[in-house]
Ligand binder design. Structure first.
Ligand code: SF4
Length: 505
């Protein structure tokens, strides 16, 4: 199996950097159907540019390269232990090359292994089959969308939808609720894998397994095919929109399976994947490990470009922000304003926020832009370079952020998906804004970083450290302002009303 590790490395690299054609097609349709000059269409144009940039430069589409999950089919007699070892070697090498972010953290000590290997990481499922080749499928699903997975136990009461009974109508309500509750936090427009039935653990596994179907296939079960089509139509009426900015494109796919259940249980398990829907597969020669064919790709079709022009069009009306920001500067901003950040910003996510509750910051944060981001960084010689740098989900910092703003004078908090009422109140009281960067646009934003000017709290590992970045032309949208306005709260309320209107059909 001389080529096995190299083939797996190629699979990982391509999965992380080059979206499959069915996802590209679905994103093109989503972008074409969005109302022009809206925040949702602006987000989509950045996303489309990012998809092109990632494949052009073979860089990670999103800085969160997710939990690598492999599904491997082998002919009888193939040594699965060797395949496991080769997957480990390929994962470590892909991490070293910056195609994957070091994403594997010991759940007891909090230590990042640095190479994406660790207890039960990566995830591997092996099956035997009666074909001659080995088949390896891979999905990279990030934490933001993973956190929006949801499981329902029927019967139940659902916000805006009332009672969901143990029938297909109840299932329909659960799935629509699953889209609504994700809002922009899972980087919409998203795709759903759903399992009706089974037990809790296997139901989630089967739901995730549906994400290995292509977005444009048709369910062979006519009842489920009808449900999938109906969900697509109704979910895209909710108005969640790209990144939860409000808009037409909320869902790019819905794939449903059903499994037998215990009489006492009726679960609906929903696996929510983001627009950065990274899954690919290969067939391998069972004696050499060489790639014989790619799955999900049409060899006769070259990779289609997503953008025709320049990507995100600037109008000249953008507010230019350069830290340190003053109170007057941020109070002048309103929800919906587009900002261009030039100069200094600091990254800080979960560990940094917890640290700041007990310790002073290692840098002066007065007037600072604090970016919720866990970048992919590579050390080249004695210099750090940014390989991917999109935002992470901000709501995780809701328990801390108001205090960080109050104590340390941060003026702009930036991430994705918005924050809650405590942060909104702090922005109003102390003078600050929340800026929504476009989730998953890791290549787009990495290109705005001119210099890595410092690294602090490195003991937390690369994604969780505090990085001092110098940027130029970093685009974001004000979605929470110092006047008590929150686009996220508005969209959640409006889409909740749309959801209520779908209560029964
Ligand atoms: S696109 Fe968003 S949800 Fe998906 S992996 Fe990236 S940050 Fe996470």
């Amino acid at each position: 199996m001389e080529f096995l590790t190299g083939s797996l490395l190629e699979l990982i690299t391509q999965t992380s950097t080059n979206l499959p054609p069915d996802v590209r097609a679905a994103m093109s349709i989503a972008a074409a159907g969005e109302r022009p000059a809206t925040q949702s269409s602006q987000a989509l144009s950045i996303i489309l540019s990012n998809i092109d940039m990632a494949s052009d430069d073979e860089g990670p589409i999103c800085q969160d390269t997710g939990m690598p999950t492999f599904v491997v089919h082998t002919p009888v007699g193939v040594n699965q232990i060797e395949i496991r070892k080769a997957i480990h070697a390929a994962i470590a090498e892909a991490t070293r090359l910056g195609k994957l972010r070091p994403n594997s953290v010991d759940s007891l000590t909090g230590k990042n292994s640095g190479n994406n290997l660790g207890e039960e990481t990566p995830v591997m499922h092996f099956e035997q089959w009666e074909e001659d080749d080995i088949e390896v499928r891979l999905i990279l699903k990030g934490g933001g969308c993973e956190n929006k997975n949801i499981q329902y136990s029927l019967p139940c009461e659902l916000e805006h939808l009332g009672r969901a009974d143990r029938n297909l109508e109840g299932v329909r309500k659960c799935i629509l609720h699953g889209v609504w509750q994700a809002q922009g936090q899972g980087c919409s427009p998203g795709a759903l894998g759903v399992c009706i039935g089974s037990d809790r653990a296997h139901g989630y596994e089967l739901a995730k397994g549906q994400l290995f179907r292509t977005l444009d296939d048709v369910n062979p079960n006519p009842e489920l095919a009808k449900l999938e089509a109906g969900i697509m139509e109704e979910a895209n009426r909710l108005g969640v929109g790209a990144m939860g900015f409000g808009g037409k494109a909320s869902l790019i796919g819905c794939k449903i399976t059903a499994a037998n259940r215990l009489p006492a249980s009726f679960f609906v398990s929903v696996a929510y994947d983001c627009w950065a829907f990274r899954r690919l597969g290969v067939r391998l020669d069972a004696s050499s490990g060489a790639i014989t064919r790619w799955l999900y790709r049409d060899p006769s079709r070259p990779v289609e470009r997503m953008t025709k022009g320049e990507g995100f069009p600037l109008t000249g009306r953008e507010a230019v922000l350069k830290a340190p920001l003053t109170e007057a500067m941020v109070r002048a901003l309103r929800v919906g304003d587009v900002v261009l950040i030039n100069g200094e910003m600091f990254t800080g996510r979960d560990n940094v926020h917890a640290y700041l509750m007990k310790n002073p910051p290692p840098v002066d944060l007065h007037g600072a832009v604090l970016y919720h981001c866990g970048p992919v960084m590579l050390k080249e010689g004695d210099r750090w370079t940014v390989k991917a740098a999109g935002p992470t989900t901000s709501i995780r910092e809701e328990p801390y952020e108001a205090e960080v703003i109050r104590r340390y004078g941060v003026r702009a908090v930036m991430g994705k998906g918005g924050m809650g009422p405590k942060t909104l109140a702090a922005l109003q009281e102390y003078g600050g804004v929340y800026l929504n960067a476009i989730g998953g646009a890791a290549q787009y934003y990495a290109r705005t970083v001119e210099k890595v000017a410092g690294a602090f709290l490195m003991e937390f590992g690369i994604p969780e450290a505090m990085w001092r970045l110098w940027v130029n032309g970093f685009v974001a949208i004000v979605t929470m302002d110092a006047h008590g306005n929150s686009l996220h709260a508005d969209v959640e309320k409006a889409s909740g009303e749309e959801l209520a209107a779908l209560q029964s059909v």
